[in-house]
Ligand binder design. Structure first.
Ligand SMILES: [Zn+2]
Length: 261
């Protein structure tokens, strides 16, 4: 009798374990995973739905095939083939940097990185992004990059090609936390949308905002250009959540938030 009971218990444990496997949490690299919470975390980007709270967890591109842990829960990050992009930059001084340019680029990297560490909780993003520029998508998020045949870091941004002078608008309310004219990014803006959500705009021909300015959704930021390292006029648009670069194209999808839950 006791033997049978033991056996039943074993089967029960195995069943529980396999149910747990089926219930494993997973998502694609570059996307946001809505993780259901038991209690609110004040500083984290949270959305509410039908009385439940969900923390939006960015799934890093470079953790494909691995997992991340948040609040004791494990989220697996799927492997995904994003394709590749090969570009040619004829101005070789932009690829093989002189010592002077190299010093400049590393100084600018520090300035940009400092700004990207900004985390404010004074306002909360709506997560109802609009397209920052009308144009043609010329390079998507996640593409393996080759410049003049040599492998480079993956392209974790969205490129939208448009004629120089096309208006760039803010996709969401935010504050300008950095403007500058940088070696790689050219004329450049970073917006802080609150709770660790930031967005940046590179290669502009003209900047129409100033540092510390609050920007309404739809307000003009500047114009498309070819400043910095580019092959032609386009907007290189990057979105960060807690310093992880996420897929901007997902954010401009219609009913993005509803799609998450
Ligand atoms: Zn780009």
């Amino acid at each position: 009798m006791l033997k049978i009971k033991k056996k039943c218990l074993h089967v029960f444990i195995i069943l529980l374990a396999s149910a747990n496997l089926i219930a494993e949490l997973s998502g694609d690299p570059g996307e946001l995973y809505p993780l259901k919470l038991n209690k609110n975390i004040d500083t984290y980007l949270i959305i509410e739905n039908q009385g439940s709270s969900y923390a939006l967890i960015p799934l890093p591109f470079d953790k494909q095939g691995q997992s991340i842990k948040f609040n004791g829960q494990v989220i697996n990050i799927n492997k995904k083939d994003f394709g590749e992009s090969r570009i040619t930059i004829t101005n070789t001084s932009m690829v093989n940097l002189s010592e002077e340019d190299s010093i400049r680029a590393s100084k600018e990297f520090k300035i940009i990185n400092k700004a990207l560490n900004t985390h404010t909780t004074n306002y909360r993003p709506e997560l109802n992004f609009i397209k920052p520029v009308e144009g043609i998508i010329s390079s998507r998020y996640g593409k393996k990059r080759y410049i003049n045949g040599s492998p480079r870091s993956p392209h974790l941004s969205l490129d939208i090609a448009a004629p120089a002078g096309t208006d760039i608008i803010a996709p969401e309310y935010g504050k300008v936390i950095l403007i500058g004219d940088f070696f790689y990014a050219g004329k450049y803006i970073i917006l802080d949308h609150g709770y660790g959500l930031l967005s940046s705009y590179s290669h502009l021909s003209k900047i129409d905002v100033t540092n510390d300015q609050f920007i309404e959704k739809g307000q003009k930021l500047g114009e498309v250009g070819s400043s910095g390292r580019v092959t032609g006029p386009h907007l290189h648009w990057t979105v960060y959540l807690n310093k992880t670069r996420i897929n901007p194209e997902s954010l401009i999808e219609e009913k993005f938030l509803e799609g998450l839950l």
